[in-house]
Design a protein around this ligand. Structure first.
Ligand SMILES: [Zn+2]
Length: 60
């Protein structure tokens, strides 16, 4: 058994997979199974100081 992601629309845990698509029976949303795993939280991470200025780290 592979853990399926929750529905991105209604967060339902009742999602099931059918021919490469993930389907939510609660709201009827269908999406590609490959999309959810592509997100990398670390990528594009931006730190701002109290003034809203973007702090750029790692630049010489
Ligand atoms: Zn749903």
């Amino acid at each position: 058994m592979t853990a399926l992601p929750n529905c991105p629309k209604c967060q339902s845990t009742l999602t099931y997979e059918d021919r490469g698509l993930l389907i939510c029976p609660e709201c009827g949303h269908e999406w590609s199974a490959a999309q959810g795993a592509a997100e990398e939280p670390a990528a594009g991470f931006v730190v701002r100081d109290a003034n809203g200025t973007i702090l750029q780290d790692g630049i010489p």
